[in-house]
Ligand binder design. Structure first.
Ligand code: FES
Ligand SMILES: [Fe+2]
Length: 361
């Protein structure tokens, strides 16, 4: 397992950005104990529906707030309003992380009775956190997805791909990787190009595909990272679809991964049959992603790539990724080193007719 330092990514062990930490459906009336970025968290949903992420350990004596099943505090329901009680001595913390009640204490609550509260956002059935080693506010937004609220589209159910003893860098390489599309995914490529623009990294490709289209049709995808951990792709194949792949560092050199697919039906409002079709298509998409996963789960780290000219712009993708491991004050200068469109000699760039249809990014 290689670490951030081995890849020479930058000053920070974990990157700045928006990262998925949970599937909304996992978060019911009990808090979840999570581990990401090498630290422990307690995630819960307040009675108003608000999602709250706190560091896991109580300021009093260090109890893990979300890892207890036997305390009467927990058995009686530890969430009150949008606050949560610690299992050990029942101190209660608000969504801002400040202790707002100590049952056996009169007088003011000490300032230090506080745990860090993290900025979270719930969107398209996922819960995201803003992680920043410099503790700044978000410098970009999560992508919008109006299709989520369009009844013609079948909402996804998230595929939990699990964790890999792999640095997320190895996953990022995929955005530039033209030469794996044939061997791994069975594509017969007709065009391919890469673009980096600020905090966005894009791949546009089209070609035949063994599973996701019928015999002569093209599978066309427009795929983009918004920051280092959230990938979306508009997929034109058997159906119009939007793919989501998210990955979040658990520890240095270990990553957790999710996949999902939103599928457009032919009806104004998707029917039961459309939902079934969409689930089947998501399964096929998941299998296609599994082909990448299969390699990642058993490869040694590619700290150095034995790179060929026609491999696609791995070096640009790696440079692009470095901006998130370094102070944001350097981001603009770093982006200027990678901003641009990149093609390889052996494959045409995006055809004008396709470009004319417009793309999301
Ligand atoms: S350790 Fe949490 S209330 Fe005492
Ligand atoms: Fe792939």
């Amino acid at each position: 397992m290689a670490k951030t330092e081995d890849y020479n990514l930058g000053e920070f062990t974990f990157p700045r950005g928006w990262f998925m930490i949970a599937d909304s459906q996992e978060l019911q009336d009990k808090p979840l104990a999570l581990k990401f970025f090498g630290r422990d968290f307690a995630l819960y949903r307040g009675e108003s529906g608000r999602v709250v992420l706190l560091d896991a350990y109580c300021a009093h004596m260090g109890t893990h707030i979300a890892k207890n099943t036997t305390s009467f505090v927990v058995m009686d329901g530890q969430i009150e309003g949008d606050s949560i009680r610690c299992p050990y001595h029942a101190w209660r913390y608000g969504p801002d992380g400040k202790c707002d009640d100590i049952p056996y204490h009169d007088g003011p609550i000490p300032e230090a009775a506080c745990i860090k509260s993290w900025q979270v956002e719930e969107k398209y059935g996922c819960i995201f956190v803003w992680h920043d080693p410099e503790d700044g506010a978000p410098d970009y937004d999560l992508p919008d997805m109006p299709e989520w609220d369009d009844p013609a589209w079948v909402r996804w159910q998230i595929d939990h791909m699990g964790e890999l003893d792999t640095h997320p860098k190895e996953i990022i390489d995929n955005i530039a990787d033209i030469a794996h599309l044939g061997p791994i995914h069975g594509s017969t490529l007709e065009y391919f190009e890469s673009e980096f623009r600020g905090h966005i990294a894009i791949q546009r490709q089209g070609g035949g595909h063994k599973t996701l289209v019928t015999s002569n049709a093209l599978l066309e995808t427009d795929t983009w990272y918004t920051g280092p951990g959230v990938l979306m792709s508009t997929v034109k194949g058997l159906y119009d679809a939007l793919m989501l792949i998210t990955h979040t560092p658990v520890e240095d050199g270990r990553v957790k991964v999710w996949h999902a697919l939103l599928v457009k039906s032919d009806n104004e409002k998707a029917t039961e049959a459309d939902i079934e079709t969409a689930r089947g298509y998501q399964e096929m998409s998941c299998q296609a992603f599994w082909q990448d996963f299969d390699v990642w789960s058993a490869k040694r780290p590619a700290v150095q790539i034995l790179q060929l000219k026609n491999d696609g712009p791995f070096h640009k993708a790696r440079e692009w990724y470095r901006q998130f491991y370094n102070p944001r004050a350097q981001a603009t200068e770093r982006q200027s080193k990678t901003d641009g469109v990149y093609t390889v000699d052996w494959m045409p760039a995006l055809p004008e007719a396709v470009a004319a249809q417009g793309h999301r990014y």
